[in-house]
Design a protein around this ligand. Structure first.
Ligand SMILES: [Zn+2]
Length: 250
């Protein structure tokens, strides 16, 4: 690990890409549906684990229960607004210190905070279409549906464009994410480990100068990063914002 001024690194970088993990989301007060206490409650309430119910097989076979779960658990969680970390990310982007953001989270938090150039690898709950006619529906329509949300024209179930367990991530999206990482001078990994699903697929494309990892949990793979900061991602980001603003006060 090197001692180096991170703000300076971000300033010097021609292109900086953020990999946004679960950390910023948890710091915004989001429940950890797959691994947290919530996972037991889900199993108790629905009779299936989070991964079982939030899967393509389940979606095909048991739409009613899928959408009950989807509305009560997923869309309920999504009502939580983006926390200070996401807003700081947007501010750093406004200051020209961050170019794009890649995430696997489906709550669209980066975009809701105003970030641009966001690549949602697994889609977001805000994108819903009828598989038959292609008509688009807002998330409010899904939320308001009594049971399975149906297309007004075709009466077939509207599909939320989120990647479910058991589904392959769209190849085009992965290619775009890989190209972003390949283009980066600096890769800023927030709130996840370097072995996570998000990083696992993408780190191999990085051949820039600095990989900076911000995480609150130590992991054996941390040493692969050039710089590791242990702590909250939102505090790191707001710290960067104030440091930048202090330097540019005059
Ligand atoms: Zn339709």
């Amino acid at each position: 690990m090197r001692e180096k001024n991170i703000l300076q690194i971000l300033r010097d970088s021609r292109y900086t890409v953020v990999l946004s993990g679960a950390g910023l989301m948890a710091e915004s007060g989001y429940p950890l549906l797959r691994d947290g206490q919530e996972s037991y409650e889900i199993e108790e309430e629905y009779g299936y684990s989070f991964e079982e119910i939030f899967s393509s097989g389940f979606y095909s076979a048991r739409k009613e229960l899928f959408f009950r779960f989807y509305k009560e658990i997923i869309l309920k969680a999504v009502e939580t607004p983006p926390g200070k970390g996401f807003h700081a990310l947007k501010t750093l982007q406004d200051y020209g210190l961050i170019d794009s953001v890649i995430t696997r989270r489906i709550a669209g938090l980066e975009e809701r905070a105003g970030c641009r150039n966001v690549l949602n690898i697994r889609g977001t709950v805000f994108n819903n279409t009828c598989p038959s006619c292609g008509r688009k529906y807002p998330v409010e329509y899904i939320k308001a549906a009594k049971s399975v949300p149906l297309c007004e024209e075709c009466l077939v179930a509207i599909r939320p464009h989120v990647c479910l367990y058991g589904e392959m991530i769209d190849n085009g999206v992965i290619t775009r994410a890989a190209e972003e990482v390949e283009r980066a001078d600096v890769l800023l990994v927030l709130g996840t480990s370097l072995t996570s699903s998000l990083c696992g697929q993408l780190l191999q494309y990085f051949n820039g100068n600095d990989m900076i990892l911000v995480t609150d949990t130590e992991h054996y793979s941390d040493q692969r990063a050039d710089i590791v900061i242990y702590g909250r991602s939102d505090e790191f980001l707001t710290g960067m914002v104030s440091e930048y603003e202090k330097e540019n006060k005059d």
